[in-house]
Each structure stands twice: as structure tokens, then as C-alpha cells.
Design a protein around this ligand. Structure first.
Ligand code: NAG
Ligand code: NAG
Length: 358
């Protein structure tokens, strides 16, 4: 009897094992062809660690400026692995980060999806490249965001308008090689948003009575496309990198792109000199605050343009650095991924407004 029972159990076990095997063959066997095809496309035979992939959902595009997200944009275009960027709101529940650009929230075009149930590990990112005076009232957003993303150095995800990247150009180059040859204008300014109450308007109005300033841009009906912008500025000794508002760390493309990439020495109006020196060599720019009066500034610029050697010294940084500047929203967002491990694991902005005013 005991023997018979044992026998029965053995048979049952064998049958069960066979059924399991057939079942698993049916399930996995069907998947094999697609699995093989998938592996064949992979350049790297190492298995992908799917537990370490960061998914970012861009809730809507800043200023409605959409861009293609086909394929794996972060790795294929920007060399950032394990990072998925989508603009598909239906993937909300799978997102590690959801990005909200501030402008559309404050003007009422978009709303935070507070009605959706939010996975515990998910972080909401408040994103803005504007200075506080242009960010509107942030009080309604208290308690919703986990991360700030902005040009500010103390943002959780720091995305400046530009930065200098050390570069080895080898030997044989001199500063002269980096100075555009056909300088013909003393000072230039490109302005699209001209408002009488801006400090920069006041400074410009005074400065133009002291030295000639060539003005371009939408505000004076002399719009420049990107190519003419570069060639126009390269003909200027100095470029007025005047920010629309004076605010901590607020150093924009007017400095990085228009002046530094354009090949003119920036004359800056913006945060204090130390803040510029934190991101660029102190002899790469001229600060309006360095002078007791605009007359002195004007006089200084006039003399400097005539002193070839001294003028060239403002380009010394070019032998050591190149400028990396904001180009593409997608790249900015993909750059969140490599920063994940440095973020605080748990954080809520209970007073975003106070953070902004800090
Ligand atoms: C995830 O990837 C990062 C860098 O890509 C690495 O430093 C980290 O250890 C990885 N984490 C896990 C859990 O594999
Ligand atoms: C994100 O913020 C929410 C509050 O709005 C909070 O419940 C959640 O724990 C935070 N998540 C992280 C990862 O900090």
C-alpha cells in the first residue's frame, strides 16, 4: 500500500513536470523569434539592466515648441544611456519624472494632473529658464513639486544657458586666431523685448549718447536670423549682454551665445561680477558695475578697441575652453538621467515661491 502510494505520487510528479515543461515551451517558444531579432539589433551583447532605466514624461512642450522623440533620443542623439524621454501623458504611471514647464502653468494653458494617483517614487519637476520676475505667482504650486530645474545653481537639476568646457586645442594656436578680423562696429546690441522700465533700457539710452551703439532685433525692426546674428556680432568689438532683469545666476544666451560664441567681448549687465566669475574667467567680460559712471565705461571701451594687445587679452580663455550652450530642450531633459543618483531621495517643495525668492 505504501509502495503503491509512492508510485502514484511519482507518476503525478512526472506528469506535472511534463505539463510545466510543455507550458513553458509554449509561452517562451512563441516569444523566441522576437527576442532573437531584438538581440540582433543590440550592439552590446550585455543584458540591459531594465531596473536602472529612468523614464521621463514631458507633460507638454515648453512654449509649444515640439521636437521629435522617435527612437531612443537620449542615447542615440545625446549619448545618454538608460534614459527614456517621452511626451506621452498616458505613460504617467510609469514615469520616474514628470516635467512641467512653468510658463504654461502660470498662464493657465496647462494644469498639474493632481487628480491622477501618483506613484510614490515619481518626481514632479518644476522647470523654468526665466528669472523670478517673469515666473508669475508660484504659490498655487506649493507642495506639488519634488525637483526644481533651472539655470540657478541651487536648483536640483542645474541647466544653465551655457558653460565653458575645458578643451585642449594643442599647440600652434594663438589668441589672434580666435578674434574675428573684420571688426567695424564699436558696440552692438540685439534686443527683441524692449521695455522702458528695464534697467538695461535706461543704461542703453545713456550709453548711446557716449559711444555709438548699433542696435538690432525685433524691437527696432532689424530682425536677424541665426546666421546673420553671428556674422553681425562678430563685426562688433563689444556686445551688450544686458539681461532683461537682474537676478541671481541669471546669465543667459546674451552672454554665452551672442557675445562669446559670436566673437565679441561681452559688456554685461546682470548679476554681480562674482557670479559671472563663478562661470567664466574674470578677463573674459566687462561688467557695467566695474565703472563709476557710464561715461567712464564708454571711454574705457573706446580706448580698449584701439589697443590691439589689450583687447586680445579678453580672448585668452579661448585657448582653454569652448562654449557649450543651450541648444535643444530634449538634451536638457535627457540630462536629468545621469543626475538621478545625486538627487535627494525624498523632497517636496512646500513653498516653491519662497525658494524662488531666496
Ligand atoms: C545605475 O546606473 C548608474 C550609472 O549609469 C550606476 O552608477 C548605478 O550603480 C546603477 N544602479 C543600479 C541599481 O544598477
Ligand atoms: C514628491 O512629492 C509628493 C508631494 O506632492 C510626495 O508625496 C512624494 O513623496 C514626493 N516624492 C519624492 C520621491 O520625493
Amino acid at each position: 500500500m505504501v509502495e503503491l502510494c509512492a508510485h502514484r505520487w511519482t507518476i503525478t510528479a512526472v506528469v506535472l513536470a511534463c505539463l510545466t515543461l510543455i507550458g513553458s515551451l509554449l509561452i517562451h517558444g512563441l516569444q523566441w523569434p522576437s527576442l532573437v531579432a531584438f538581440r540582433a539589433q543590440m550592439p552590446d551583447p550585455k543584458p540591459v539592466d531594465i531596473t536602472n532605466i529612468t523614464t521621463i514624461v514631458l507633460w507638454y512642450w515648453p512654449f509649444g515648441q515640439t521636437a521629435a522623440l522617435k527612437g531612443n533620443v537620449c542615447s542615440e542623439r545625446f549619448g545618454i544611456p538608460n534614459c527614456i524621454l517621452v511626451d506621452d501623458q498616458s505613460l504617467f504611471s510609469r514615469a520616474d519624472f514628470v516635467i512641467f514647464h512653468n510658463r504654461e502653468l502660470i498662464n493657465g494653458q496647462q494644469r498639474l494632473p493632481v487628480h491622477l494617483s501618483r506613484p510614490q517614487k515619481q518626481r514632479w519637476v518644476w522647470y523654468s529658464l526665466e528669472s523670478p520676475v517673469h515666473n508669475g505667482n508660484l504659490r498655487p504650486f506649493a507642495g506639488h513639486f519634488n525637483c526644481t530645474m533651472s539655470y540657478r545653481h541651487d536648483a536640483d537639476i542645474h541647466g544653465p544657458y551655457g558653460r565653458l568646457v575645458p578643451q585642449d586645442f594643442g599647440t600652434g594656436l594663438t589668441v589672434e586666431d580666435f578674434i574675428p578680423k573684420d571688426k567695424s562696429s564699436l558696440a552692438c546690441w540685439v534686443v527683441s523685448n524692449y521695455a522702458p522700465h528695464h534697467k538695461r533700457t535706461e543704461v542703453y539710452n545713456k550709453l548711446k549718447t557716449i559711444i555709438p551703439v548699433d542696435v538690432y532685433g525685433g524691437a527696432v525692426n532689424r530682425r536677424l536670423d541665426d546666421k546673420t546674428l553671428r556674422s553681425t556680432i562678430s563685426r562688433c568689438y563689444f556686445y551688450l549682454s544686458f539681461e532683461n532683469s537682474i537676478s541671481r545666476d541669471y546669465i543667459t544666451e546674451k552672454f554665452w551665445y551672442n557675445a562669446l560664441v559670436g566673437g565679441a567681448v561681452p559688456v554685461v549687465l546682470g548679476p554681480r561680477r562674482e557670479q559671472y566669475e563663478a562661470v567664466a574667467p574674470k578677463d573674459s567680460f566687462i561688467h557695467v558695475d566695474d565703472f563709476r559712471s557710464l561715461e567712464e565705461l564708454g571711454e574705457f571701451l573706446r580706448k580698449l578697441a584701439k589697443d590691439k594687445q589689450r583687447y586680445a587679452s579678453y580672448f585668452n580663455w579661448r585657448l582653454k575652453y569652448t562654449v557649450e550652450y543651450f541648444k535643444d530642450w530634449r538634451e536638457e531633459f535627457c540630462r536629468i538621467c545621469p543626475k538621478v543618483s545625486s538627487l535627494q531621495t525624498q523632497k517636496v517643495y512646500n513653498d516653491l515661491d519662497a525658494w524662488e525668492r531666496k
